[in-house]
Design a protein around this ligand. Structure first.
Ligand code: C2R
Length: 339
């Protein structure tokens, strides 16, 4: 058995967060490896692990680190495979690690998940691998439906404890878990590889930068302004039609409902780009990245929609050699150009 996911911890002290990732990978039966290496303390070791594991066929990296979490960016600098960042709360509620993980410059994206959200890091890794593995996608779907069941059980528990005189529950017919239909094959001639979803016209400028990158790499995409708040029915219909795309990219400002609504309705990986409209984009960044367990949004830096294009290409590249080579070439060319 060869590992598909490489987990790197900045320090052995991050192990409790890594354990959350491990338990998800175990449950989903995904082979993984784990190393401890710090970009600050053992820079060469990180570089060696990343370049060697990329050659040996690792499909996704997960970097777990607290404080000035440069580890994730350094991993992304040495590979064209997707990198997921899990910021750890060591000081100031983990905000230092979150910013260090998410705000990497173009073209070195890190798909950051919420602070201490090791389980979401692993789940996002699983969703990326499952782009090309239908059986794994079904396991993910089952795993996620357990959240639905648990919520029902918890709800019943607290409801039976309510003795209020005015408590009068309504009878509402709620459908049991909605069964998602999976396509027989994950490739289809007419379906685009990526769905770019800006929540409003004001997100179009950023969306254009994403599509420009996808055009360069030769990845097909659909781009549609769909707001789940403004047009909920149209949104659901769109999601049904886009069932077969490989990756979703959501671009939004303010409350970022778009990314949350998309991740709720798909087993495919979802990338979020916060568009700074108010509060310099802090509101949107936090709303996108700090998702609860079971619904990860791989968030890139504020306004960095170019990085969303690179990240989607890296995800598609794990099962498409031509795209993989293309994104590797573009990343290397850019690095040479900056030199
Ligand atoms: P120690 O407990 O070893 O002092 O580490 C680690 O990930 C850990 O959360 C404290 C915190 O420092 C983080 N660390 C980084 C990096 N190396 C270690 N952020 C790095 O390379 O980015």
């Amino acid at each position: 058995m060869k590992p598909k996911v490489m987990i790197i911890l900045g320090s052995a002290s991050d192990i409790n967060i890594a354990k959350k990732s491990i338990s998800v990978l175990e449950e989903l039966k995904i082979p993984y490896d784990l190393k401890v290496a710090s970009a600050h303390r053992t820079h060469e070791k990180v570089k060696q692990i990343v370049t060697e594991s990329t050659k040996q066929g690792i499909e996704v990296f997960i970097g777990i680190a607290g404080l000035a979490a440069h580890l994730q960016g350094i991993i992304a600098a040495h590979t064209h495979k997707p990198v997921i960042g899990v910021p750890v709360n060591v000081k100031i509620e983990g905000l230092d690690a979150l910013f260090a993980s998410v705000q990497t410059p173009f073209p070195t994206p890190v798909a950051s998940v919420g602070i201490d959200r090791g389980e979401n890091g692993a789940l996002l890794a699983a969703q990326i691998i499952a782009i090309y593995d239908l059986e794994l996608r079904e396991r993910i779907s089952k795993y996620r439906s357990n959240f639905y069941k648990k919520l029902e059980e918890d709800e019943l528990k607290i409801q039976t404890d309510i003795y209020g005189e005015h408590y009068c529950p309504n009878k509402i017919d709620i459908p049991k878990i909605i069964k998602k239909e999976f396509p027989k094959s994950s490739t289809h001639d007419k379906v685009p590889d990526v769905a770019i979803i800006p929540g409003s016209y004001s997100d179009m400028k950023l969306a254009k930068k994403t599509s420009m990158f996808l055009d360069r790499v030769g990845i097909t995409y659909d781009m549609n302004i769909i707001s789940p708040i403004r047009y909920p029915e149209r949104f659901e219909e769109y999601m049904l039609n886009m069932n077969e795309v490989k990756v979703f990219i959501t671009i939004s400002g303010l409350t970022a409902h778009v990314s949350g609504a998309v991740v709720a309705l798909t087993e495919k990986p979802v990338i979020g780009v916060p568009n700074p409209q108010k509060l310099n984009g802090f509101d949107t960044l936090l709303a996108m990245v700090n998702m609860p367990p079971g619904v990860p949004v791989g968030t890139v830096g504020i306004g960095n929609s170019g990085n969303a294009g690179v990240l989607a290409s890296e995800m598609i590249g794990i099962g498409d050699e031509k795209i993989g080579e293309q994104v590797n070439k573009l990343k290397t060319q850019y690095n040479d150009y900056v030199k």
